[in-house]
Design a protein around this ligand. Structure first.
Ligand code: CA
Length: 349
């Protein structure tokens, strides 16, 4: 089958217009209780707790945050090394240093109540990001908010990509039955993000008018490339010729599926190779390369840069005593405490 790098017309990619940082400080700082006060003329100190530095997406967020705060704030940043106890210690140090605002990427979102307890006692506004605490926990502190994505959106974006793919390539319906026989690769069995991606990718494809038919059981592969490759090899051994689409919760697993396909002559990037579309989430470098090489179809990008800019703008507001979203173009969702940064489809450059 002829295969080439796909060019897909993408439906309404909605991005927030990003407001400039609300960095203008008010002259009269209004603080209540024992809130941290920044002396006029001094740059505020922004304390940033990262769940772990060794995460590609979070690195993008960090870089964007640092860039956006450059010259406007002092940044104190710590690597939680994927250990909540370590992060708790780092939180204590930041509070004792008297940072003006805390930006917290929880190691374990369930431990957020402990952060709220300490931050509220110290009167330090706290912006959770990326890893989402329970909304009730965020609401329990009037100076706390959350900036993240909406778990359902990545799946819905996959469902839109599937529709665009099939419109552009009706030949992907290999058996011509008008239905798309797909296999699903899920990150973890109980992870809300994984569950939402699995559910909404297919639901959105159906809402877009496609008939979807799952082949085999959902393959739970712990977000892992090698695990997914082995599972895909088994799926292909049992169902070769019957699979028309691979949907994966993340690019790590998508890449494993591409490897399994390549091993039996599919998705090699050669013009005459057989091809089954593979879709992931994350837009990792490996996935971008695969899309560029024509071995994978598409992924969904978490816009780390937009996330970093949003955190910076909201942090500057909080540090100056202003409302979190004052002067920005961000809005809270129905919870009243969460800002959602949209995902975007990625089909190559
Ligand atoms: Ca079919």
């Amino acid at each position: 089958m002829k295969k080439k790098v796909l060019s897909i017309l993408l439906a309404s990619v909605m991005m927030f217009g990003l407001a400039a940082c609300g960095g203008e400080k008010t002259d009269d700082k209004q603080t209540d209780g024992d809130a941290q006060v920044t002396a006029d003329g001094e740059m505020p100190t922004v304390g940033v707790l990262i769940y772990k530095y060794d995460d590609t997406y979070i690195s993008t967020v960090r870089n964007a945050l640092e860039t956006a705060l450059n010259g406007k704030a002092e940044i104190v940043m710590q690597d939680g090394k994927n250990d909540q106890a370590t992060q708790n210690d780092q939180l204590d140090v930041m509070i004792s240093k008297g940072v003006d605002v805390l930006c917290v990427n929880m190691v374990d979102a369930k431990a957020a109540s402990g952060v709220v307890e300490k931050a509220s006692a110290a009167g330090i506004p706290t912006i959770f990001f990326n890893r989402e605490p329970d909304a009730e926990v965020v609401k329990s502190f009037d100076k706390a908010c959350f900036i993240g994505t909406n778990a359902a959106d990545a799946g819905k974006m996959q469902g839109d990509i599937i529709k665009d793919l099939l419109d552009a390539h009706p030949e992907y319906d290999l058996n011509g039955d008008g239905k798309i026989q797909y296999v699903m690769f899920q990150g973890e069995p109980d992870n809300p993000e994984a569950i939402a991606r699995t559910k909404y990718s297919v639901e959105q494809a159906v809402a877009n008018g496609l008939e979807m038919e799952q082949v085999g059981k959902t393959q739970v592969c712990n977000w892992d490339t090698e695990t997914a490759q082995k599972a895909m090899e088994a799926m292909l051994a049992a169902n070769e010729g019957k699979i028309e689409l691979v949907i994966a919760n993340n690019d790590g697993m998508a890449i494993g599926c591409v490897a399994a396909l390549s091993n039996i002559g599919y998705n090699t990037g050669a013009e005459d190779a057989k091809f089954i579309p593979v879709i992931g989430v994350d837009a990792t470098d490996a996935a971008k390369d695969a899309i560029q090489n024509g071995t994978m179809s598409a992924t969904v990008i978490q816009d780390g840069e937009a996330m970093g800019k949003a955190i910076a703008a909201v942090a500057m507001n909080a540090a100056s005593g202003a409302d979190f979203l004052e002067g920005t173009e961000y809005t809270f969702d129905e919870t009243g405490v969460a800002v959602r940064i949209p995902y975007a489809p990625y089909v190559g450059e």
